[in-house]
Design a protein around this ligand. Structure first.
Ligand SMILES: [Zn+2]
Length: 378
């Protein structure tokens, strides 16, 4: 593989119709990254069959990155905590999207957060909307997602029609992510779980009340995400229910952010064995971990534009094959499981199941057809 190991992975950006479930990384920025460097704060968006259905965090720079990479703001947004680099753009996006949706008769954007985080958002982050004299409910629909259980994502509403990116615009896309045609109706928007996704928050170790997630597809865990968190074995173990885990880590660790030096401990945790581990939240691209940082083999690097196929854990996948699609209420699109995850996804599955023996540090799984194991020069 030679130099290819250290070439940048061939990111596939949204534009062609993909099947199955995947995420697109929108940014890896930390607190002040976007303010001083214009690179997006850490965030990712979940796509179903090529359509964005769930945005995870909306800090500074995320909206522009979302429009750049997937064309519009999806119908649902989950916020992990009320820090500017995770929720900073929320008030204005809700104002723009809410006003546009109301004018067009479309469902409002659905905002998801743990109840404690939602209280922070409503009372502080969204305070500037109070001056409009309009209730917050006129800008978005609010969905509290408690920890301890998986809550269906109401992602089958119509998404943004106000984005300026390519492909945005009312009627130009089916935004419900479910493979159905036409704009989402109010009833579809209100129907929880219509797209098959559900989310279960897990408390992270952070200065602000913060909850990461496990995301499920038809009840099968597909992604764990720490959001912002200091080193926390209990959290990592819980998230490892999913075959792929996104971990917050930066060059210098602290009580509220894991450090690159913690990654070796994380990958050695029993629950993490056989899991794909991606690092995010490290800041600018030139602050990404380097070989000299001692990051263990197999740890991969999230970076803007990276697409990663999601699929259930092997056991759950076998179960899914037996009854593929049977429980996918409200969605007529491709079912989860291997059937809907072709080509590169199977390659990703093979990499996951192999536990990445002999893998290379800083593998930047491109998620593209060129292979998920191409490494990146950092
Ligand atoms: Zn934070």
């Amino acid at each position: 593989m030679g130099n290819a190991l250290f070439g940048r992975g061939s990111d596939k950006h949204v534009g062609s119709k993909e099947s199955g479930l995947e995420i697109v990384v929108l940014g890896t920025g930390a607190g002040a990254t976007h303010i001083y460097s214009k690179e997006s704060s850490s965030s990712f968006v979940v796509l179903r069959d090529g359509e964005p259905v769930l945005l995870c965090d909306m800090g500074y720079g995320v909206t522009a990155s979302c429009l750049q990479h997937v064309g519009r703001v999806p119908a649902c947004t989950y916020i992990s905590h009320n820090h500017g680099d995770h929720a900073g753009e929320l008030p204005l996006v809700l104002a723009v999207e809410g006003t546009a949706a109301a004018a067009a008769g479309r469902p409002l954007l659905a905002l998801l957060a743990h109840p404690d985080v939602m209280a922070e958002l409503r009372g502080h982050r969204l305070r500037e909307l109070h001056s409009t004299g309009r209730p917050l409910e006129s800008f978005a629909s609010f969905h509290e997602v408690p920890s301890g259980t998986a809550t269906p994502v109401p992602c089958c509403g119509s998404g943004s029609g106000s984005g300026s990116g390519s492909g945005s615009g009312e009627g130009s896309r089916n935004s419900n992510g479910c493979g159905t045609s036409g704009r989402g109706s109010s009833s579809r928007s209100a129907a929880p779980g219509g797209c098959g996704l559900s989310v279960r928050p897990f408390r992270a170790r952070h200065s602000e009340t913060c909850y990461g997630l496990v995301i499920y597809d038809e009840g099968r865990p597909v992604l764990g995400w720490t959001a912002d968190s200091g080193y926390d074995e209990e959290l990592y173990t819980a998230l490892a229910e999913a075959p792929l885990v996104l971990v917050d880590a930066r060059a210098k660790g602290s009580a509220e952010h894991a450090g690159f030096s913690d990654l070796a401990r994380i990958v050695s945790l029993p629950a993490l064995q056989g899991r794909q581990l991606y690092v995010t939240g490290y800041g600018r691209q030139d602050e990404a971990p380097r070989p000299a940082d001692g990051v263990p083999a197999g740890v991969r690097l999230a970076r803007p534009g990276l697409r990663i196929a999601l699929q259930p854990a092997p056991a759950a996948r076998a179960e899914a094959q037996a009854g593929a699609g049977a429980s996918r209420a409200g969605c007529g699109g491709a079912a989860g499981g291997d059937e809907g995850l072709q080509g590169r996804s199977k390659e990703a599955a093979a990499a996951s199941e192999a536990g990445r023996p002999g893998g290379h540090a800083f593998e930047a799984g491109s998620g593209g057809t060129s292979g998920v194991r191409a490494a990146v020069r950092v």
